[in-house]
Write a protein that binds this ligand. Structure first.
Ligand code: TYD
Length: 140
């Protein structure tokens, strides 16, 4: 695997997740190392995001994540210090796989959106880079 200082936005990808379709509704099951290329250590979800607010605005050194719009939609702006991409998540059966070392911002949340995040490590503030200039230094 690339060092987090070397990763680019093109190492992040949108995965199509399994979908078990039924007339009474759908199920998307996710299993460690089968649908997700890391062991899940933590799950968290963002909700009740007021209109116009953005979240994120940081990078992670080691953390891998799969970001899913479990309900509604939002955009994820990913940035490696050189390239930027905007990924719109608007279906619960797509997930954005975030490699380590990528800056991200989450914005344009629809009303009622739920951002479900599967994460490869427990919460660790030392893994965050919260200052953009510090992030650019880290990547250079
Ligand atoms: P943060 O990751 O900065 O939120 P976002 O990227 O969505 O804007 O986290 C916000 C606060 O929540 C911060 O004080 C840390 C805390 N937090 C935890 O305690 N555990 C967690 O798993 C997460 C994601 C955040």
């Amino acid at each position: 695997m690339k060092a987090p200082t070397e990763t680019t936005v093109f190492d992040c990808s949108v995965l199509e997740l399994p979908r078990i379709h039924n007339r009474a509704g759908n199920i998307t099951p996710l299993e460690n190392n089968r649908h997700i290329p890391f062991e899940i250590e933590r799950i968290y979800y963002l909700y009740d995001v007021p209109g116009g607010e953005s979240r994120g605005g940081h990078g992670h050194k080691d953390l891998q994540q799969l970001i899913i719009a479990a309900s509604g939609s939002f955009d994820v702006l990913i940035d490696d210090g050189t390239n930027k991409r905007v990924v719109t998540l608007n279906r619960p059966y797509y997930g954005l796989l975030m490699t380590p070392g990528i800056w991200r911002e989450l914005l344009n949340f629809s009303s009622g959106a739920i951002c479900l995040v599967l994460a490869s490590t427990e919460y660790d503030e030392d893994d965050y880079i919260r200052d953009y200039n510090e992030y650019l230094n880290y990547k250079s």
